[in-house]
Design a protein. Structure first.
Lengths: 63, 357
């Protein structure tokens, strides 16, 4: 893992861009799994797992 | 605000996360501990009518009255709950399952049930009944406040850091602050949904009581006029058939007998549910008069009972198969990590040996 600092301060939308995207994906999966059934359950589960996928992706990028 | 709301609720949240972990896999644990060996006496045979099954159940429990009857979806089994009176407390109730093809008693699949029941009670009300539920609901509310205030704090911490950065080259506190912030922010949607639906679930008893006192009371006034306990002389089987016929596209879920918690004093309340993942959790009661068998209509549940119904799966994660449950469990473990790192950060900050950021 590495440390990376930006010289310039980020604006709030830059800070929250990725967290909000992950939250929207995750929330969509939670609702999708509730209203849909069958093969799309897999897609819904993957969306709920967006935080886990993002964590692996981000940590992988930083290694 | 983040510090104090977190500190007050963290101990309880840790308990909820730890007890919730095995509860996610309640069905799988039950199935593993109780492998299905039971088969009906007459596989594929005709089913006994519900009146005959009710008589068998009551003959086995002399002096008791029927409270609820529910139906297994994947085998020809009815479950009859009886008690000494219609207002019996749950601890006084007796639950037994019967083979619909013969009326024989179905052996209970209760290996490990004691442990799961203990965990569920601890998770739900800490063995304190309604006060315990409401207390945990308040802890859930504090947790939601802590999460939202944590989001507000996240922004200044991350102004100069990349998303997901963990400063491993800095002394302990900075590294764990980054872990706390990162895991907390990526799981925020799930944590808020599970937390807030948990708060709604703690309001189950007041919500059902309110429904009984308002919507159900209105219905009683509309259909019966008086509140005399009715003699159950009408055929239960015909009552259920009438309710099912009146609700095409819906399946039978359970029957509440007159005077029980979910019915009037003079009706069979026959609860039906839809067939989609969402509507199968939302029940609609049909009322049939218990003494003369008059069908008195379907009544949709009000919005607050529907909200409660939808909150249950969204809290327990039992609605999308095993893969969703596994994701649920991993997110639960991550929440435990966030809680523990939060406690560690607070402890470090209080410690005189803490290294300043």
């Amino acid at each position: 893992m590495e440390t990376r600092r930006h010289r310039r301060r980020r604006r709030p939308w830059q800070t929250f861009r990725l967290p909000v995207s992950i939250a929207i994906l995750s929330f969509t999966g939670l609702v999708w799994a509730l209203v849909a059934d069958g093969p799309t359950d897999f897609v819904a589960t993957a969306l709920v797992a967006a935080p886990l996928l993002a964590a692996f992706w981000v940590r992988g990028e930083k290694k | 605000m983040h510090k104090w709301t977190s500190l007050i609720c963290t101990g309880f949240l840790l308990m909820l996360c730890l007890t919730g972990l095995p509860l996610i896999f309640h069905d799988e644990i039950d199935n593993a501990l109780n492998p299905e060996t039971w088969t009906p006496a007459n596989p594929g045979g005709a089913l006994l009518d519900l009146d005959a099954l009710l008589k068998i159940a009551l003959d086995r429990r002399p002096g008791e009255v029927p409270l609820f009857m529910s139906f297994d979806e994947d085998r020809p089994v009815v479950n009859v709950t009886t008690g000494p009176s219609p207002s019996a407390a749950s601890s006084e109730m007796h639950f037994a399952s019967y083979d619909r093809t013969s009326g024989d008693l179905v052996p209970p699949a209760d290996v490990g049930e004691g442990v799961m029941h203990f965990l569920l009670q601890l998770h739900t009300d800490m063995f304190l009944g309604l006060p315990g539920m409401l207390f945990l609901g308040f802890m859930g509310f504090l947790f939601a406040v802590a999460v939202v205030s944590g989001v507000v704090l996240y922004e200044p911490f991350m102004r100069k850091l990349d998303f997901g950065a963990v400063r491993v080259d800095r002394p302990g506190r900075a590294k764990w602050l980054d872990v706390h912030n990162f895991l907390g922010i990526v799981t925020i949607a799930w944590v808020l949904v599970v937390g807030l639906t948990g708060v709604i679930n703690t309001l189950e008893k007041p919500i059902i009581a309110y429904w009984r006192d308002t919507a159900l009371a209105d219905l009683i006034a509309e259909v019966e006029g008086d509140a005399v306990q009715a003699r159950q002389t009408a055929s239960l089987d015909q009552a259920v058939a009438a309710a099912v016929a009146a609700a095409p596209g819906m399946d039978l879920q359970f029957v509440a007998f007159p005077g029980s918690a979910y019915s009037t004093s003079s009706h069979y309340a026959i609860f039906l549910h839809g067939r989609t993942p969402l509507t199968e959790r939302i029940t609609t009661p049909a009322l049939v008069h218990a003494s003369d068998g008059r069908f008195q209509g379907l009544r949709e549940m009000p919005w607050y009972v529907k909200t409660l119904a939808v909150s249950r799966p969204l809290h327990f994660g039992d609605y999308g198969g095993l893969s969703l449950k596994i994701v649920w469990a991993v997110l639960d473990v991550i929440t435990i990590v966030v809680l523990v790192t939060g406690l560690y950060l607070w402890g470090k900050r209080r410690s005189p040996r803490a290294v300043p950021r």
